[in-house]
Design a protein around this ligand. Structure first.
Ligand code: COA
Length: 362
């Protein structure tokens, strides 16, 4: 186990969870008992929420969950006017934090979970529309959550686009004890409420070492421009002391299995007539980055992580890069809420220790 004082807690187990398992050596991700490959493209976001939230007191069956999410999207839309300037923040994650933080924290766990999940999607879409000078679009309570989210951003959703975003939301819904989930669990462990836990987790997800990377991945692809330029561009980045976005992971020593799932979702979209403007370039840049990073860190495999193909998929879906991190939150909020519930049912106050290295009184 690594020295707790010098590490980012690697190797430290802070909870038993039945929600997801990340096997970094074999490159395997299990969510709610299923391999991620068996979920993406086969399971709706609502079905996955039902499984992740099965232990939440008052949990309702799947069909009711879809209706309840639709109803809460409509409710969240009615709150837009009362949010003040929150959704005018230039950064989408700041906007979400400010808007979700205004939701009432009281209520039964299941209802509050539905409300937070619905509101994350409605506020993310409204933020983007307002940023573009467009009016926010009223949700369709009868639609599936993913389809409605595409429509609330783009104005209309083809079946292929809705399915692409659904595969994305399901794929990123939960991922072991990542930084934002840990944050949510720490907050829940104090007996605090789910709104506070989600707002805290959002802050964690915003950072580029966690959920803030997919927008910069697209910027990198744009800056590289053509496959032949990749190796030189990447070398220069490393020489300048910068990291290659979308590469490397704390746990995976293989390619992140979610990268493969999302890459397949892009291929599926292409076969349905939505051509990805960047898939070929992305594949070339990924291979060049693996090579350059292998030379620099021969002992540490640094391969593509989820954010690399998140950028390619969301771009192919016609979704704007500034909204990539908020869209990550739209999927991950399901996992945060499941962990909040699990922490309450099975956990204790999370309160680690620090080692004092400052001066001592004379
Ligand atoms: N580009 C360049 N070098 C990288 C790198 C990357 N993407 N990821 C890791 N490294 C290098 C570090 O510089 C470090 O080198 P050093 O030992 O010479 O200082 C070494 O690999 C180990 O990195 P470390 O920061 O200890 O690993 P970590 O487990 O804390 O980092 C990430 C994991 C995800 C934070 C890291 O890989 C990263 O910053 N990736 C880029 C951002 C990204 O894609 N974020 C989304 C994550 S899903």
């Amino acid at each position: 186990m690594a020295e707790p004082g010098s590490s980012g807690l690697e190797g430290v187990v802070v909870a038993d969870t039945a929600l997801s398992e990340v096997d970094g050596e074999r490159g395997r991700l299990v969510i709610a008992g299923h391999d991620v490959e068996a979920l993406a493209g086969r399971c709706s976001f609502e079905e996955l929420c039902r499984e992740l939230w099965a232990g939440v007191p008052g949990a309702a069956p799947g069909s009711e969950l879809r209706r309840a999410l639709g109803r809460e999207r409509a409710w969240a839309f009615e709150q837009l006017e009362g949010l003040g300037g929150a959704l005018h923040a230039p950064d989408g994650m700041d906007a979400l934090r400010g808007a979700l933080g205004q939701l009432p924290a009281e209520g039964a766990a299941w209802e509050l979970g539905i409300r937070l999940t619905a509101a994350t999607a409605v506020f993310a879409a409204a933020w983007w529309r307002m940023r573009e000078g467009l009016a926010p679009l009223r949700p369709d309570p009868e639609a599936g959550h993913a389809e409605d989210l595409v429509r609330m951003i783009r104005g209309k959703a083809t079946a292929a686009r809705a399915a692409g975003l659904e595969a994305y939301l399901v794929t990123v819904s939960d991922h072991g004890m990542n930084a934002s989930t840990f944050t949510a669990r720490v907050i829940a462990s104090t007996g605090s409420d789910a709104v506070s836990a989600v707002v805290g987790a959002l802050g964690g997800l915003k950072g580029p070492l966690h959920g803030g990377a997919p927008g910069p991945v697209l910027d990198m692809l744009d800056a590289i421009g053509r496959p032949e330029a990749a190796a030189g561009w990447l070398e220069r980045e490393l020489l300048a002391g910068r990291r290659i976005m979308g590469m490397g992971h704390r746990i995976y020593r293989t390619r992140d299995p979610r990268a493969a799932v999302l890459e397949r979702a892009v291929v599926r979209l292409e076969s349905e007539g939505h051509r990805s403007p960047r898939l070929e370039l992305a594949r070339a840049v990924e291979h060049a980055a693996e090579e350059v990073l292998r030379r620099r860190h021969p002992d540490r495999p640094l391969r593509a992580n989820v954010e690399f193909y998140t950028a390619v998929l969301l771009d192919a879906l016609g979704l704007p890069r500034e909204a990539f991190s908020p869209l990550f939150a739209c999927g991950r909020v399901a996992g945060w809420l499941a962990h909040v519930d699990e922490q309450r049912r099975t956990g204790r106050l999370i309160r680690p220790e620090s080692r004092y290295v400052g001066p001592r009184p004379a």
